[in-house]
Write a protein that binds this ligand. Structure first.
Ligand SMILES: [Zn+2]
Length: 77
């Protein structure tokens, strides 16, 4: 990964909390929303994490590797 790529990646990781989620347009786009609550990611979340919705505590118990897979699947990171 080149230097420019890395910088771009880090910029994409910083999701603003004051914007409405572009995937479902139902809630603020936060990391918690995308990984645990977003209705647009229900199928992918169930496939990758084994549950359609996850609260903050449940997300904390998930392996970061699984969360990363969902984050990539969401294409919002
Ligand atoms: Zn959403």
């Amino acid at each position: 990964m080149g230097h420019a790529d890395l910088n771009r990646h880090l910029t994409l990781m910083q999701i603003r909390t004051d914007t409405v989620c572009p995937l479902c347009q139902e809630d603020e786009e936060t990391v918690l929303h995308l990984l645990g609550e977003c209705s647009a990611l229900v199928v992918k979340r169930a496939n990758i994490l084994g549950s359609p919705y996850l609260c903050y505590e449940e997300l904390g118990k998930m392996h970061w590797c699984a969360l990363l897979r969902l984050a990539k699947a969401s294409q919002r990171f």
